[in-house]
Design a protein around this ligand. Structure first.
Ligand SMILES: *Cc1c(COP(=O)(O)O)cnc(C)c1O
Length: 406
């Protein structure tokens, strides 16, 4: 590739930009702690996973074998036998959600989709593209779906085949809709199990809940029909990606044989990324389940530290069980901008992904929030101990040393 000096300089400049901001992220769930160096050499190949990884393809440069192993891993993780499931490596959580909704609509063509108002913005686009009738259900203050409103809307619609779009970790508040309760309420309303569809949007928490001691219900064993996870969030990836897992029988309903590629077509896009399955494979193979547990514990520990520090300073911060999303009142626009925080109305959050190796970045943000919320108290504290905001408190240091695993 020949490139002008000016263009090379532009790339150098962008390289510096990327280096500088590599670990900037505290307001979004993208984990920057990954190393795919063993895969760099594959960038010279035009790998394409067009079609179904489970079937032979004419296109020889595919990474199907790796995709199969990724999907075996996730069917295990989500409590379904690999033979009873089918899924693939997607372009991200949104495509996984769309795939789940597509399967649901094919099963119940006239069914109404119910989603809470805290659901990710992608659902609105999905129902429009798929022309699925839908109803936004109220959320509770903690971000979970309002179960009474859900049942009231299903009853008012006289919907016999509801499609439930459940959040396993909402984007803003990390809330997990109680899918056990939802199923109980549906049963009470006389809607049999085979008459509804339950999709789980686990974009972030799908890689957290399997690794904690007391997870909220989230798996096929708990009653879901499909689930999606983003690959570039908790797992970490330089290219957005994700996975979706569904029941095999539901997928077979949408499968089409295509002569041109000599394969069966079940996926939303035609040509598919062949590099991201390699990345997912490498990430999963290079951390044992025990290491994932430690990684998740580490993130949960930093999130808890953030909650406790803010609460001690009188700031109403909180998080859900098993959530690395810390919710707090929206700080000033200056702080939000400086730390690239995602805000919604009067609510902001920070997310403690694995690239937060210690509490430094979180503490820097919290220091500023506290200073802004209580300038007088902050000044007094600093007069007592001018170096306060430069010191790592003892309990934090102890805490960090317990988790020096990544
Ligand atoms: C991020 C997110 C999505 C969308 O995932 P992408 O990978 O960005 O497409 C969907 N749902 C939830 C809850 C999310 O947090």
């Amino acid at each position: 590739m020949t490139m002008s000096t000016a263009d090379k300089a532009r790339l150098d400049e962008f390289w510096q930009h990327c280096l500088k901001h590599q670990f900037f992220n505290i307001g979004y769930p993208e984990n920057a702690d990954f190393d795919y160096a063993p895969l760099h050499r594959f960038l010279r190949f035009s790998i394409n996973n067009c079609g179904d990884w489970a079937a032979p393809s004419n296109y020889v440069l595919n990474s199907f074998d790796f995709e199969r192993e990724v999907m075996t891993y996730f069917s295990d993780l989500f409590g379904i036998r690999h033979e009873d499931s089918w899924g693939y490596v997607t372009n991200g959580g949104t495509e996984g959600n769309m795939f789940g909704c597509y399967l649901a609509r094919e099963l119940f063509p006239g069914g109404t989709l119910y989603y809470s108002k805290d659901t990710h913005y992608s659902v609105a686009k999905i129902v429009k593209l798929l022309r699925i009738r839908c109803r936004a259900v109220d959320s509770l203050a903690n971000g979970e779906i309002d179960y009474d409103d859900l049942m009231a809307k299903i009853a008012a619609d006289q919907e016999r085949h509801p499609i439930i779009f459940a959040n396993i970790g909402t984007t803003l508040r990390g809330a997990v809709d109680d899918i056990a309760l939802i199923q109980q309420r549906l049963a009470q309303a006389g809607i049999a199990r085979e008459d509804y569809y339950l999709h789980a949007d686990a974009a972030l928490s799908g890689m957290i809940l399997p690794f904690v001691d007391r997870p909220q219900p989230f798996s096929f064993a708990d009653g879901i029909d499909s689930i999606c996870v983003s690959g570039h969030k908790m797992i970490g990836s330089p290219i957005p990606c994700g996975i979706v897992v569904a029941k095999r029988e539901a997928v077979e309903r949408i499968s089409v044989e295509v002569d041109y590629i000599s394969a069966s077509d079940k996926t939303i896009s035609g040509s598919r990324n062949g590099h991201t399955p390699l990345m997912m494979w490498a990430a999963l193979r290079s951390h044992s389940p025990a290491q994932w547990r430690r990684r998740v514990q580490h993130c949960l520990g930093i999130a808890q530290h953030a909650v406790e520090r803010m609460r001690a300073a009188g700031i109403d911060a909180w998080r859900h069980d098993n959530s690395i999303t810390v919710v707090f009142p929206c700080p000033s626009a200056r702080i939000a901008k400086k730390y690239c925080l995602a805000t919604s109305g009067d609510t902001a959050h920070l997310i403690t992904t694995p690239h937060h190796q210690d509490t430094r970045q979180v503490d820097a943000l919290i220091d500023e929030i506290i200073a802004e919320a209580q300038p007088a108290a902050w000044r007094a504290l600093r007069q007592d101990n001018p170096a306060h905001d430069l010191q790592v408190p003892t309990q934090v240091r102890e805490f960090a040393s317990r988790f020096d695993v990544i």
